[in-house]
Design a protein around this ligand. Structure first.
Ligand code: ZN
Length: 330
């Protein structure tokens, strides 16, 4: 079965402080970290299964010496490192081009200093993306972006967020378009090239795949969410997603988070987060089962390899970016 189609696997290295910041919890300013627990566990897990994946790293974490060993270990184990912005603010789509330049370049510098690798892929925090982000990525020589999540559920995620967050009304202003809009569900599911006016280079977009036809997410945090209600349903749901991807010739890109590997027993501060009532061991078992199903259908590769293969496809669709105009904050 060496001729299985390609599928990519990545992990957004969101750290403890970024969840606390988004949730409006005090204490995030000292950048508390769980990377020393999470990364060894995740690297061991991947090594056992002979998997190489992409880690999207937040620049602020790479900038702090206390995280050096954990982050260096990722590259040393042969994984790809990508750029996940510097400040991990899911309202990146409100930034000016100059602010985006600074977010990207600072992150590149610190990642390269610590790991020796320069990122060629980007994922925006909270799937935020704008025309300006696409322009800056292309100018800086990036090969792919992975910030789109074609789902209709963005506004629902935002409503849930506003119900549970503690941030001030002033801070809420920036977060009006958090997690996208209804029409994001109409974006293509299969990878494509961005056709940005005035730029001859065409950045490849590899969406976080959602379920064909239904456009509902199936990344692992979402499967864990279902698992809390029904472990059987969670596995059936994921298998259905795989079957529909196969049926529609969609080579998926699946997304992981550190919290898929960490239980409430590992991180006490995040009890507000879904599925944190589960233990670490139980979560790791589910991730293992999900990835076994994933590899039944597809050959799992890091995102740069997925992008490289796509770049050789002559008939890859070109898409003109359409973003709702948003006010740029002062
Ligand atoms: Zn993130």
């Amino acid at each position: 079965m060496n001729n299985k189609p390609l599928a990519s696997l990545s992990l957004d290295l969101d750290n403890l402080w970024s969840y606390m910041k988004t949730h409006g919890d005090a204490g995030w300013e000292s950048f508390p970290s769980y990377l020393d627990i999470a990364i060894p566990r995740i690297l061991e897990f991947l090594e056992k299964r002979d998997l190489k994946i992409t880690f999207f790293i937040v620049g602020q974490d790479a900038a702090l010496q206390k995280n050096d060993n954990a982050i260096r270990a990722i590259a040393e184990a042969g994984h790809e490192v990508g750029n996940h912005s510097f400040n991990h603010e899911p309202w990146l789509h409100l930034y000016t081009e100059q602010q985006i330049e600074s977010e990207l370049s600072q992150t590149e510098e610190h990642i390269e200093r610590v790991t020796g690798q320069r990122p060629i892929g980007f994922r925006g925090p909270g799937y935020s993306l704008s025309l300006s982000v696409l322009r800056v990525l292309t100018r800086r020589g990036y090969k792919y972006d992975a910030s789109t999540l074609p789902t209709f559920l963005g506004p629902l995620a935002r409503a849930y967020y506003f119900m549970t967050t503690k941030v001030s009304p002033e801070e809420k202003k920036n977060r009006k378009l958090l997690f996208g809009q209804l029409q994001d569900g109409l974006r293509p599911l299969r990878p494509y090239r961005w056709q940005v006016d005035g730029l001859s280079e065409r950045l490849i977009e590899i969406p976080v795949t959602t379920m064909p036809f239904f456009r509902i997410p199936f990344h692992v945090s979402y499967i864990l969410y279902i698992y809390r209600f029904s472990p059987i349903l969670a596995r059936i749901y994921f298998r259905l997603a795989m079957m529909l991807c196969q049926l529609t010739h969609t080579c998926p890109s699946l997304l992981l988070h550190p919290l898929d590997f960490l239980g409430g027993d590992d991180v006490k501060e995040l009890s507000f987060f879904p599925a944190m009532n589960l233990g670490g061991v139980e979560k790791v078992k589910l991730v293992s089962d999900i990835l076994s199903i994933y590899s039944e259908y597809f050959k799992i590769v890091p995102m740069r390899e997925h992008a490289r293969t796509l770049s050789q496809e002559k008939d890859l669709v070109e898409v003109k970016p359409q973003f709702r105009s948003v006010t740029i904050r002062p």
